[in-house]
Design a binder for this molecule. Structure first.
Ligand SMILES: NC(=O)c1ccc[n+]([C@@H]2O[C@H](COP(=O)([O-])OP(=O)(O)OC[C@H]3O[C@@H](n4cnc5c(N)ncnc54)[C@H](O)[C@@H]3O)[C@@H](O)[C@H]2O)c1
Length: 325
């Protein structure tokens, strides 16, 4: 099979590229390296079935030709990460909405199957836990630019589902919950790599807010396995799926677990949201997916425990710290 991965030099996209190349498929990546890195693709760059365009996603001959070549497009390119979104609200909206529009337009001309990466952020402040795919989406006001990311992904979902309805394009939307693992970078406000780096350095681990807010972290390896199963199934066309884990952990307990796995003496430092973030930030106390649809239709259960995920990230960060002289 021929796969086009937009954002394929990023954290999730590079793991997906690796898995598909290992399965004997062909992969082409389009990535502007705004947050992605060529290093992420080190293990596949010299493979015969792999190719890459380093450029921004734009409507034009490159995208058109790559989409025509592909059997499936995995659309992962986006502006991601709370900190980056707050710093670049306009770029977030433009990249996330127009990028998806370009991909869907090109795919419509060639009848190419598309997977769209959405996010648990679309559920916003919904109190209806666990979040079901057909549940209401309750995001905050437009004056708080944090919600621009959720709004852009909601618009992506509407674009995808409308293109399916009107043009019968085979599209599926995957709402990814907190995905973690090796290669995720700390710079854009990602919690686990930040905690691990601080713990390994013996520096304070910064917990924002009360620390009682909970999240469900899933391993990138589980996520791409599930993503691939959805992508290869025809019954998932025109559907929306949650992908993630339903194993809930508070941010304080995550910090304690990281400290334990790192065998670190780091203090846990509580930082009020007003200090941690510029204005425009709001957090939600819990975020738990319902995995019923995924289990019933794909037979998916996450395999990796929170401790195993932390161990993998710690191992990766320890290796990354070691630079041979
Ligand atoms: N990591 C998570 O926990 C998570 C959760 C929910 C949803 N997602 C979604 O999964 C996708 C991948 O996220 P990730 O965590 O791997 O982030 P990432 O930042 O590592 O990957 C995004 C990639 O897109 C590329 N990119 C950005 N703008 C581009 C443009 N205009 N043209 C070409 N390439 C561009 C970046 O360089 C990067 O390689 C995103 O769509 C994100 O919204 C991720």
């Amino acid at each position: 099979m021929r796969h086009l991965i937009t954002g394929g030099a990023g954290f999730i996209g590079s793991h997906l590229a690796e898995m598909l190349i290992a399965a004997g498929d062909e992969v082409h990546v389009i990535d502007d390296l705004s947050t992605g890195r060529l290093d992420n693709l080190a293990s596949v760059r010299s493979e015969a079935g792999f190719s890459l365009d380093i450029e921004s996603l734009a409507a034009g001959p490159t995208l058109e030709a790559r989409v025509e070549w592909a059997d499936i497009v995995h659309h992962l390119a986006a502006v991601v990460g709370v900190r980056r979104i707050l710093q670049r609200p306009l770029e977030t909206l433009q990249t996330n909405i127009h990028g998806t529009e370009y991909v869907l337009d090109a795919a419509s001309r060639h009848g190419t199957r598309v997977m769209i990466a959405s996010t648990s952020e679309v559920y916003g402040k919904s109190p209806e836990l666990p979040f079901e795919e057909d549940g209401d989406l309750t995001i905050g006001p437009t004056s708080k630019c944090r919600w621009g990311y959720a709004a852009s992904k909601i618009m992506d979902e509407f674009l995808a589902l409308s293109t399916f309805e009107e043009k019968r394009l085979p599209v599926t939307v995957a709402r990814l919950f907190n995905t973690v693992g090796p290669r995720q970078v700390a710079h854009y406000g990602m919690v686990l790599p930040t905690f691990v780096k601080q713990a390994l350095a013996g520096d304070p681990i910064p917990v924002h807010g009360s620390g009682e807010q909970t999240r469900c972290f899933s391993s990138v390896h589980d996520v791409i396995r599930c993503w691939d199963a959805i992508a290869r199934s025809s019954r998932t066309v025109g559907q929306v799926y949650n992908i993630g884990s339903d194993d809930e952990i508070s941010i304080t307990n995550l910090a304690i677990l990281v400290r334990e796995v790192c065998n670190s003496g780091s203090a846990i430092e509580r930082i009020p949201y007003e200090v941690a973030y510029p204005t425009g930030f709001e957090d939600m106390p819990r975020r738990v997916p319902s995995l019923s649809k995924l289990e019933a239709e794909i037979g998916f259960r996450p395999l990796t425990s929170a401790r195993e995920i932390v161990e993998l990230v710690v191992e990766y960060e320890r290796d990354a710290e070691f630079v041979p002289g």
